[in-house]
Design a protein around this ligand. Structure first.
Ligand code: ABN
Length: 177
């Protein structure tokens, strides 16, 4: 075998090894294996437990004197603008907006009597978002989005004729037993 043959033989083997390596890494089976891994990961990720409190593990520190502040006790699961800072009251929508047909019901502890109250958070709809209020985002007893019905980060104007979100009211609907 001449030196020229040896070199071309070596080049052949090196090229074949390279092509096989690329085919192995980017072949159909390799692609399917990676896609399968991705699908399994995507399916498992949403069921992993994670903190939705938004408070870094701290409980909602409720106060009872200032209903214009996000930490007012009734707002323990309120996700939105306070209507009483937007021309309405704690329980009434501002003029020109209408109350949502559906709502999120939270359970908040009143520090004064220590009792748990059911609070209906209705959005007020049909006007552009109120920018005169702090945006409050408390999540007591809320659960992630895949637990439908236990998640509060939703525009409750969805069932109204006019779905523009303006602000949120917090009406007491009962005592939790
Ligand atoms: N419930 C208030 C709201 C409105 C739009 C989007 C998220 C939350």
């Amino acid at each position: 075998m001449s030196i020229f043959d040896k070199i071309t033989d070596w080049m052949d083997r090196a090229t074949e090894a390279g092509v096989r390596s690329v085919a192995h890494k980017s072949g159909r089976r390799s692609f399917l294996a990676r896609a399968g891994l991705g699908l399994v990961g995507a399916a498992v990720l949403p069921v992993l437990p994670f903190d939705r409190s938004g408070s870094g593990g701290r409980a909602f520190a409720a106060q009872t004197s200032d209903e214009y502040a996000c930490d007012y006790w009734r707002y323990c699961a309120l996700d939105g603008n306070l209507c009483n800072s937007c021309g309405g009251t704690l329980t009434q929508c501002p003029p020109g907006s209408e109350v949502s047909k559906v709502s999120w019901v939270g359970t908040c502890t009143n520090p004064t009597d220590g009792k748990d109250y059911l609070v209906s958070y209705n959005d007020c709809c049909g006007r552009s978002e109120c920018d005169n209020s702090p945006f409050c985002n408390s999540n007591e007893r809320e659960r992630p989005g895949y637990r439908m019905g236990l998640h509060n980060d939703i525009n409750w104007c969805m069932a109204n004729a006019s779905q523009g979100y303006h602000c949120t009211v917090a009406a007491l609907v009962g005592i939790a037993e």
